[in-house]
Design a protein around this ligand. Structure first.
Ligand code: PMP
Length: 357
């Protein structure tokens, strides 16, 4: 018997590669926003009083939580804030998924879900998406211990659009379990399930400042749910770490939220560049999904995705590729600035040669 027999072991989530210090790359591999945060954030950062760092922050994240509640028209007791949506999601898995029945999520989705299920010993069942990477709704109508849906999905970029009736049917059909809808990318054109939160006590909608508010480095995630749901979540949060959100994050988060004009402008710019990128890739023979996110999911022709990934990397352009079933033929390419995406196209042309059309 060794102490190692008692260790909780898990195969961890693998984040996208970070460039080494001083290495100049075009970084299109972690879905960061290519634009800086709002000028109001820059102003709030330079005005931040370092003396306040002596003091613990608000354990309930009060000022930022209230600002989010106001912005979206919810009560403060219906909002939860965490250290990125990863923190919110992990806490939600731990809180809401405590059944012997398996939780359900898609075969191709955010690759953190199965990691949290493994860490927390939550049984899970994986449901394959259809050939167009859409959810098969009947998969989510069978007995389960909980449901997780990323909408829009990652890394496919595909949104369960149409209408929210689809999500509503799943939530309404599962009063015995919590349905988590991960809307990390919804600001880039998805359809939100937020209106359903007022109607269903078992729905939990998770969002982030990382993508659409250019705040990946600040780590702010947030979520909406019934006050009862949020209370249970807080009970777990306060049982692990009361002071999750640091003071600068709380102050700068409020500043980011206050600049709606900048938010809309930068989101629109990303969407425009996404459309251009999709068109350019199609001209070069790629199959591209209809992305509603800040990345495209594209399968090259005439070269394997793996080889293209490696050759782009050699040229200092980082994109994401997974050696996994159904994913191996695709690259996930985050949307950068127009200049970065033009440089990407030039590099692709150099690697595979431009096809006609
Ligand atoms: N959900 C999805 C679907 C994501 O792709 C990501 C980004 N990796 C997250 C949640 C977590 O983002 P963050 O912790 O930065 O809010």
């Amino acid at each position: 018997m060794s102490w190692e027999d008692n260790v909780r072991r898990v195969t961890p989530y693998v984040p996208g590669e970070q460039p080494k210090d001083g290495q100049k790359v075009i970084k299109l591999n972690t879905n960061e926003n290519p634009y800086p945060p709002s000028p109001l954030v820059v102003k709030a950062l330079s005005a931040f009083d370092a003396d306040k760092l002596r003091l613990y922050p608000a354990a309930d994240v009060g000022p930022l939580r209230d600002a989010i509640a106001d912005y979206y028209g919810f009560g403060s007791d219906e909002v939860f804030v965490g250290v990125g949506s990863d923190d919110v999601l992990a806490t939600a898995f731990l809180t809401f998924f405590n059944s012997d029945k398996p939780i359900i999520f898609a075969d191709i989705t955010y690759s953190f879900y199965d990691v949290w299920a493994e860490v927390f010993r939550i049984p899970y069942e994986i449901k394959p998406l259809d050939d167009d990477f859409h959810i098969k709704r009947t998969d989510y109508l069978c007995p389960n211990g909980g449901i997780v849906i990323a909408n829009p999905n990652a890394p496919t970029g595909v949104s369960e659009m149409g209408d929210i009736d689809f999500i509503e049917e799943i939530v309404a059909s599962n009063p015995g379990s919590v349905v988590i809808v991960d809307e990390a990318y919804v600001d880039f054109g998805g359809v939100t399930a937020l209106p359903l939160v007022k109607k269903y006590e078992n729905l939990f909608v998770v969002r982030t400042f990382s993508k659409s508010r250019s705040f990946a480095g600040m780590r702010i995630g947030y979520a909406f749910g019934s006050s009862r749901l949020i209370k249970y979540l807080n009970d777990i949060k306060y049982s692990i770490n009361s002071y999750t959100m640091n003071r600068p994050a709380i102050e700068l988060g409020i500043a980011a939220l206050s600049d709606d004009e900048y938010f809309r402008k930068t989101v629109d710019a990303v969407i425009r560049t996404r459309t251009w990128t999709g068109e350019e890739l199609k001209k070069r023979g790629f199959a591209v999904t209809d992305s509603k996110t800040n990345f495209v999911f594209a399968s090259p022709s005439g070269i394997s995705a793996k080889e293209l990934f490696c050759k782009l990397r050699e040229r200092g352009i980082f994109v994401r590729w997974w050696d996994k079933p159904r994913l191996g033929d695709f690259l996930r390419i985050s949307i950068g600035t127009d200049d970065e995406m033009r440089a990407l196209m030039d590099a692709i042309d150099e690697i595979i040669g431009k096809s006609e059309g």
